[in-house]
Design a protein around this ligand. Sequence first.
Ligand code: ADP
Length: 392
Amino acid sequence: MAEIVLDGITKRYPDGAVAVHGIDLTVADGEFVILVGPSGCGKSTTLNMIAGLEDITEGTLRIGGQVVNDRAPKDRDIAMVFQSYALYPHMSVRENMGFALRLAKTDKAVITAKVEEAARILDLTEHLDRRPAHLSGGQRQRVAMGRAIVRDPEAFLMDEPLSNLDAKLRVQMRTQISRLQRRLGTTTVYVTHDQVEAMTLGDRVVVLRGGVVQQIGAPQQLYDEPVNLFVAGFIGSPGMNFLDATLEQGMLRTALADLPVGDRLRQRLAAADAPREVVVGLRPEHFEDAALLEHPQGGRTATVGVEVLESVGSDVFVHFTVAGRRTVPGAPEESAAQRRDTGAATGGREVVARIGTDTRAAEGGPLELWIDTDRLHVFDPVTGAALSHADT
Ligand code: ADP
């Protein structure tokens, strides 16, 4: 096992396109780090540079303290798991899993022992003599994992390993990968475009956009203190709601309500030299049906027109529209795309609130919503930077 250090890693493709801009990242020994971002943000390119499948244009890559920029993939002591699994169809599970060890001329008895141990961990023992074509998608995925495990590498590199599985299996495998990584304690870098996967799997998450690192942090930290509009909108589902606001007389005036600015937020906004025109961010769970709260503490209420109500069993999502620009520049497309089209053809900003299932709200009717004003985020509309956290 080993630490992986990316020091100013940049990738410029021969056509001049810069896919990755100066990434600085230290993956600690045994850590599970996720690279996440929308398609084309440079996740796979970064992983492939760590693996040695792409040349590094600038910067230094160290694995286990050694500079490996010019080392061939096979000499980096890493094991990759791909989306496609890349299993050999004419080989049994046993042969597939032991293939790399056979190539390395490992002793036969050692290969057998390692393959059988990996099969036991991955619950594949009874399938060892079957061919990949006779396995389910989840089993094939586990064979691909097994092939990586038997090599006992310094690090695992995984590129969207679950994206060929159906939704239910993906959730199961997510838990298995997480347990497996903890059990083996092998340094792992994992690429996904799925923010839920990123939030549930990793010790730390690296959010990339256009080849540039936006934020690196523990999942909860990204959720609670996103550094900019992009991270705020990308992490969380449904995404954070954004409202245009004017900061005046201790209030954030929005088309939804005038939101009071508490002392702590006021100090932070002053320290950040916040402009008058800002963007307010409110997560769906920071709303509640006012009728369900006996003694609301602080906050504000606003009456909205319910366009769509979605009950998901544990919660109800209320969709409504407030005046404002339809999208916020700098926020990810995903936050809008995650939402269903409520037919708000007249424009305005669609907002989603998550409320209790006891609500009596009805589509087409009015609803008095309570807003937790202690939890709101404030962003600079020009730079997208968060103005509401202590560390920004
Ligand atoms: P992701 O894995 O996040 O979807 P990639 O790392 O595959 O993104 O790609 C990052 C960027 O680099 C994209 O804009 C992509 O078009 C570009 N790119 C990827 N491979 C090549 C290549 N071989 N030549 C030129 N540009 C490439």
